[in-house]
Design a protein around this ligand. Structure first.
Ligand code: UDX
Length: 439
């Protein structure tokens, strides 16, 4: 049976979830305090760029199953299920900032009417869902609600695809209480469409679901950091990291994914979640030394790339560096924790001039760097007159960069390719001094 759902928060996770859940046949209202955003979404404007999102948004608005509203409590009152998808940004001490979540709990406590399942989509520290239950129990009688943890594993740029074809669905619930079993029944209805295409569904307790999310992200961050460090070793020993990573990946126990060396991971999840898991460990007296080291090594990797540029140029003072790629990965305008930030900062501190280009992320980069660097609409204007060309994001268009043209336009002849995107042999044949990662 289709369910009546409210999704609190129309950020990246909330919006994709609202659109996806309505496409599964549920009646969904996405709510937010930002009236302008709600108005734009109601008109079918997706607000963020995600491949495929606009079509799904329009289709579900047209069907009448999807709505957007600022009436948070009104919407909660008529819902059977409320998804919380508000942000939990990193606070100063590395722990997750829970203030948006607290507001959402207040709204739910005020608004809920009849049996309500409260589902947490936001990434929250272990124990938070138990705490949400305690908060609600103070306000609503026993048995009137149930708390569920349903973490998301959406990748930016592939969020729509990930929502409709997840590797697995994780649903944590209060296995000890009768209302937990009732919630499980309703969640089965919500995700019937995924059940029908045989998506594995993992039912577990609340703490397990919370930790699955952190463990998955921390493991992927560790895998990237491992291959980055191995790349540094390969470089020092005269080995080729690509052959190493490819061959490691042939071992089914390892898998070839997330073994691409680069300038370090960034984005809205890995940096925040690795710090949060260390902080959770501290709180319960368990030393998460592996992840602590991953955080440190990842930071060092960014600096290492900056130092490669410095070394290739024999010093930074008054040198001009063309930086191609500012986003934390390709296919997004997101620069949160992007390695480019740290690297450009290092170049400027050393007295270099930076000429930057990114297909999507320049506006966001400008908000941090302003006119301390120059921005260029295409690769070649950025490259013109530069001493060094540095590639920091693996955008497809950089893979086929016309190196002959680049060589003619540049003043110097250094390339630092932090994503190993270019044809190394061709670059060398053209007279470039080429530095990659781990080759
Ligand atoms: C990630 C998780 O994949 C997703 O499941 C979770 O819900 C949110 O965090 P996302 O941040 O969108 O998604 O990006 P992802 O594609 O995982 O890449 C993260 C970072 O790792 C990027 O900076 C990327 O460039 C880097 N990376 C990834 C590598 O350096 N090497 C790799 O092999 C893979």
């Amino acid at each position: 049976m289709a369910q009546e759902i409210t999704v609190i928060g129309t950020g990246y996770v909330g919006l994709v979830s609202a659109v996806g859940l309505s496409d599964f046949g549920n009646r969904v209202t996405g709510v937010d305090i930002d009236a302008e955003k709600i108005e734009r979404l109601s008109r079918g404007e997706p607000v963020i760029y995600e491949l495929g999102l606009e079509d799904y948004l329009k289709r579900n608005l047209d069907s009448g199953r999807l709505k957007f509203s600022t009436d948070i409590q009104g919407s909660i009152a008529k819902s059977d299920i409320v998804f919380i998808a508000v942000g939990t940004p990193e606070s100063d001490d590395g722990s997750a900032d829970m203030s948006f979540l607290r507001h959402a709990i207040e709204d739910i406590a005020e608004g809920m009417d009849g049996f309500t399942v409260v589902v947490t989509k936001s990434t929250v520290p272990v124990g938070t869902n138990r705490w949400i239950g305690d908060q609600l129990r103070k306000r609503a009688p026993q048995g009137q609600f149930a708390v569920v943890s349903n973490p998301e594993f959406l990748r930016e740029g592939k969020a729509v695809q990930d929502f409709f074809h997840p590797d697995r669905l994780v649903i944590g619930y209060d296995t000890e209480r009768p209302e937990g079993a009732r919630a499980r029944g309703l969640m089965e209805d919500v995700y019937r469409a995924l059940y029908l295409i045989e998506t594995p569904i993992v039912w577990c307790n609340l703490e397990t679901a919370e930790l699955i999310k952190y463990a998955s992200n921390a493991f992927l961050a560790t895998k990237i950091t491992f291959i980055n460090q191995m790349a540094n070793l390969a470089e020092a020993c005269g080995a080729d990291i690509h052959a190493i990573a490819k061959t490691m990946g042939m071992d089914g126990r390892i898998s070839p994914k997330f073994l691409h060396p680069g300038p370090g991971y960034g984005g809205s999840c890995f940096p925040k979640d690795t710090k949060a898991i260390v902080s959770t460990g501290d709180n319960v007296g368990v030393e998460m030394s592996v992840i602590r080291e991953v955080i440190r090594a990842n930071d060092a990797q960014k600096v290492r790339v900056a130092e490669k540029i410095e070394k290739a140029l024999g010093g930074l003072h008054d040198k001009t560096v063309a930086v191609l790629g500012l986003a934390f990965k390709a296919e997004t305008d997101d620069i949160r924790e992007s390695p480019a930030i740290r690297i450009v900062e290092h170049l400027l501190e050393g007295g270099a001039h930076v000429r930057a280009h990114d297909p999507e992320a320049m506006d966001n980069f400008k908000k941090i760097f302003g006119d301390r660097i120059s921005y260029h609409d295409d690769e070649f204007t950025a490259i013109e007159g530069s001493d060094c060309l540095a590639i920091l994001t693996e955008w497809n268009e950089f893979r086929n960069l016309d190196l002959e043209k680049a060589k003619r336009l540049m003043k110097g002849s250094c390339i630092v390719d932090a994503r190993n995107t270019l044809d190394r042999e061709q670059a060398i044949a053209l007279g470039f001094s080429y530095t990659g990662i781990g080759r």
